[in-house]
Design a protein. Structure first.
Length: 351
């Protein structure tokens, strides 16, 4: 037995080969043990996944990534026991570094995907089109950092690469200032949330409902049906009115009656206007006054609030109020004013 252990195989003692095999097998057995424990815990805790999703995700990552990392680590230690020199040793070390690096990169990508998935599940009104580009950018940065780490561990001088990326980044930034401005505006919209999918916006002479928020542009659907494409920087640099977030709509409208309306009826009109508003359940009356003398009418101003942001509901309420005012004025023979002019002619005697 001692003679067999002292024998050589490929220039190394058999005992060294057996030790390397034992180390590699130990890593494999440890990986199997960790994987079995993780699977057992997942089966036991599977019913509580809704409450302990993060904990179960960590265990699944153990099953999916820790197992291959332990196997690779065992093989690496076993190869080190063999103390392989020369080009073959360099090749084997590089292969293990590549395998380990890609395993870590895939693990980080899986973590990022899980974080974004949880954000989408937990946030009821989250617009998924807003987080997909951010997820893609995060994964891209992970791959860039991982590849730089891999090159550094393979013995490459990445200083020149990093410097080149920096110079290239400056050149790209100068050449694509507008695009980068829209990209930063996208992050402002994503984190500050001035509006969300489905909100009705008005800015400048543009109005419409938000249909999609992209990395460079936001798309609105106008009342006429056409799609309006606006750059994100234009939106963040403008005063935007978000009507969907309006909790209370304040309404001001005016009614004009003809000059010559009897004083008693003029005094009665504010009460008639108030009655027309108060008969609406969702209309909260504020005031009604004889406001001014117009060019061709006596002007009455009415103010009320609607306890809903729905524009169609507001128009339905306003229509019923207008009909009620028309009916009450008709019953009392109060005339609505319309633009008129009275021309006085003066005759002069010839001299």
């Amino acid at each position: 037995m001692e003679g067999l252990l002292n024998a050589t195989f490929l220039g190394m003692p058999v005992s060294q080969w057996l030790t390397a095999a034992a180390v590699a097998a130990g890593g494999f057995v440890l990986a199997l043990l960790v994987r079995w424990i993780a699977a057992w815990i997942v089966r036991r805790r599977g019913a509580e996944e809704g409450e302990r999703a993060g904990f179960l995700f960590a265990l699944r990552m153990v099953q999916k990534f820790v197992f291959p990392v332990l196997v690779i680590g065992g093989l690496y230690l076993g190869v080190n026991v063999l103390a392989i020199d020369g080009e073959l040793g360099t090749f084997v070390s590089a292969a293990f570094v590549i395998l380990f690096s890609f395993a870590v990169i895939r693990f980080l990508v899986a973590v990022v995907n899980e974080l974004f998935r949880n954000a989408a599940v937990r946030t009821e009104h989250l617009d998924l089109s807003r987080i997909r580009p951010l997820r893609s950018i995060s994964i891209f940065l992970i791959w860039i950092a991982g590849l730089l780490f891999l090159l550094a561990n393979l013995g490459f001088d990445i200083t020149a690469v990093v410097a080149g990326l920096g110079i290239g980044g400056i050149a790209i930034a100068l050449a694509a200032q507008a695009l980068l401005g829209d990209l930063f505006a996208y992050f402002v919209i994503l984190f500050d949330k001035p509006f969300e999918l489905g909100d009705f916006l008005i800015f400048g002479d543009i109005l419409g409902s938000v249909e999609r928020i992209g990395v460079k542009t936001t798309r609105l659907r106008s009342l006429g049906g056409e799609q309006i494409i606006v750059s994100n920087s234009d939106l963040t640099n403008s005063r935007v009115r978000n009507y969907k977030r309006m909790e209370n709509r304040r309404v001001v409208f005016k009614v004009g009656v003809v000059y010559g309306t009897p004083l008693e009826q003029v005094k009665e009109i504010p009460a008639l206007l108030r009655t027309a508003v108060e008969q609406e359940e969702l209309a909260i009356f504020d005031r009604a006054h004889f406001a001014s003398y117009g060019d061709w009418s006596l002007v009455f101003e009415v103010v009320y609030n609607v306890a809903s942001p729905d524009y169609n509901l507001f128009m339905d309420i306003q229509e019923r109020i207008n009909l009620a005012i028309y009916e009450s004025f008709s019953e009392r023979e109060i005339e609505f004013a319309f633009p008129t002019q009275t021309v006085h002619l003066e005759q002069t005697r010839p001299s």
